[in-house]
Design a protein around this ligand. Sequence first.
Ligand SMILES: Nc1nc2c(ncn2[C@@H]2O[C@H](COP(=O)(O)OP(=O)(O)OP(=O)(O)O)[C@@H](O)[C@H]2O)c(=O)[nH]1
Ligand SMILES: [Mg+2]
Length: 318
Amino acid sequence: MGLFSKKEKNERRDSKLNDYFEGYTRKTKSLSTAITKLFGGYTALNDDLLEDLLVTLIEADVGVLTSEKIIDDLKNRIRDNLISSKEAAMEELITIMEEIYDEKSEKPLNLDHEKNNLIMMVGVNGSGKTTTISKLARYFMKKGKTVGLIAGDTFRAGAVAQLVRWAERLNIHCVTGKENADPASVMVDGCRYYKENPVDIIIADTAGRLQNKNNLMQELAKMKRVTGREIEGAPHEIWLTIDATTGQNGLSQAELFLKATEVTGVVLTKMDGTSRGGIVMAIKDQYKLPVRFITYGEDLDSITDFYLRGYLETVVDE
Ligand SMILES: Nc1nc2c(ncn2[C@@H]2O[C@H](COP(=O)(O)OP(=O)(O)OP(=O)(O)O)[C@@H](O)[C@H]2O)c(=O)[nH]1
Ligand SMILES: [Mg+2]
């Protein structure tokens, strides 16, 4: 049983949805299968079904608090006689998730300045910052934008070379400093270079790990400050990469970055490595942060902008 009829599905398969269906959907079927099976296994809508649904959501990384909120909401609507059938409950589940996610309240991306819109990528080491930067560069280039990079991770040996290799493959410029150089000075060099040689989008890499937390906070704050001095309003977006395969644990590691800098959005990476896509709901509900992109593979094209309806369809549909 699927919630969305074939006809309806086809009608809604605009280009964004196609990305989902062709890309990560294939690999994120488990949650949808679990929910569909769950509803199919019960003859009526009762408390046991709702308890099972709660467990399924938690297992899918929706997070305990957010899952409880969803189920409580569903129970209230059942109590108020708004829903009485399993089918109606499944539909209501989507509505509740849509309400919690509240996509309409999201600010549009702050990337519409004439030139030099600067995105700073932050996140735990290994979460996919550098790879995502290359994917984003390609994404924007496909939309006809010009892109330049700044190799702001001067901490990890090899990080600069990694980004430079991607830039060469993409045939775009990458401003670099020396290993162990002050990352803020590389940001300044980068901004000055692009003031002379403007591009539409600048993407800056940062280090995922520093000697201690205090350093990280100070470093990111400094990078932000000096960037803003060079280019008005920069960084225009600060995106946090979260590795979807690390689940709730990944979220608590990411908290450090939320404290350290004003993150404006999340890129959820490695969705191909997990069937527990529920983390999107947890991020939005717990941190009030929109998921802007998801990535689902090692190649450059494995990225898509996040679209709630497409996501929910993959969560509940089969
Ligand atoms: N399967 C899969 N692997 C990914 C994805 N994104 C990144 N990776 C892999 O994850 C590993 C870490 O990615 P990086 O981009 O180097 O991570 P980082 O955050 O820059 O790490 P540091 O520079 O150490 O802070 C690499 O092996 C990537 O190929 C994805 O969407 N799917
Ligand atoms: Mg990196």
